[in-house]
Design a protein around this ligand. Structure first.
Ligand code: GAL
Length: 334
């Protein structure tokens, strides 16, 4: 072998090795605000997302905003994980063309999937709109598999109200709720019908304008959170509490130091992890990059929560033990 050939071969092998290491490297921590590689080493595309747990597997759905996608379609991706840290890309479960003549730059945002035990269907809700956000509806798409193709079924205004940002909430007894931002009135919480194909009953109207709405049931209290209405720009997100989903709800309070604008993020979900030793509630938020949406980041932090208090601690790399439910800060591995 001549020298040049040998050097080239060596270079190729080293690169291949580095590539496979990145692809297969197990991650030990969650790093708020950083690139979050999936099993292929690609930054996770699940913006404005939501998570469900089926048996021991978590599925994370969100807006797929990779570069180079066909702009005629809207995409929703699906990832799976057993530890909430390492995520496997399961594919784009939605590739949808404009379903209702909404026109150029139509909008499909904040997909949330519920699993219905009776019908055995995965029911996806999402915000469906035109480019000026005047349609203000939810859309529904359905699949038989968590990572199968979801088929568009219909769109409507929940209980006849405008609906833009949506959030999902499944209570400890398994009841499923949709939260939605109704611009003229405020933040609504409503129960889904038995088959999840409709929004059936209003539980509460919080007369405050909150986007990126999310709820968690922690001990004896319900906590609702959301952001102010400043588009992609971050603002101080807030929360309210109530002993019942029907309220009355407390006044709104900050979830982080006001001047940080929620550390540059916007809420999308509160995820409760009940372990053998501890219960951790994760604040899941998006750090939007409006001009480079594919590079938008995630800010996930375990909350300080309880006794009417909810607070996002200073974001730093942390790890979670999915079995015990305990979390701690870590020195990031390189
Ligand atoms: C945000 C909303 C996002 C997206 C954006 C568009 O307020 O939370 O989901 O709709 O506005 O400007």
């Amino acid at each position: 072998m001549n020298k040049i050939f040998k050097t080239l071969l060596l270079l190729l092998l080293t690169n291949l090795f580095a590539f496979t290491t990145v692809m297969c490297q197990k991650q030990n921590e969650i790093r708020p605000g950083e690139i979050w590689p999936d099993n292929n080493g690609k930054h996770i595309q699940a913006h404005g997302g939501g998570i469900i747990k089926i048996d021991k597997t978590y599925y994370w759905y969100g807006e797929e905003r990779s570069q180079g996608l066909d702009t005629n379609y809207r995409y929703v991706s699906c990832y799976s994980s057993k530890d909430l840290i390492n995520w496997r890309f399961r594919g784009d479960v939605v590739k949808m063309a404009d379903p209702e003549n909404l026109g150029r730059k139509w909008v499909m945002e904040r997909p949330k999937v519920f699993y219905n035990k009776n019908t055995k269907k995965y029911v996806m809700y999402f915000h469906l709109d035109n480019s000026s956000y005047k349609v203000a509806k939810v859309g529904i798409a359905v699949s038989d598999q968590p990572d199968g193709q979801f088929t568009f079924v219909k769109s409507f205004r929940p209980l006849g109200h405008e609906s833009r940002d949506i959030g999902q909430f499944i209570d400890d007894d398994g009841t499923a709720y949709l939260v939605f931002e109704d611009r003229p009135f405020g933040f609504r919480i409503a129960k889904l019908s038995d088959d999840y194909m409709n929004v059936e009953k209003e539980m509460s109207l919080i007369k405050e304008h909150m986007e990126g709405g999310a709820i968690v049931h922690f001990k004896d209290l319900y906590f609702s959170i959301g952001s102010a209405l400043t588009g992609w720009r971050p603002n101080p997100n807030k929360y309210a509490t109530a002993t019942s989903l029907e309220g009355p709800w407390s006044e709104l309070k900050d979830i982080a130091p006001r001047e940080t604008n929620t550390y540059g993020s916007q809420s999308t979900m509160l995820l409760k992890v009940v372990g053998t030793k501890s219960t951790t509630v994760i604040f899941m938020a998006d750090i939007w990059k409006p001009k480079t949406q594919w590079d938008s980041r995630y800010l996930w932090m375990p909350l300080e929560i309880g006794e009417s208090k909810l607070w996002v601690p200073q974001p730093k790399p942390w790890t979670l033990n999915i079995k015990t439910g305990k979390w701690n800060y870590v020195q990031p591995s390189k």
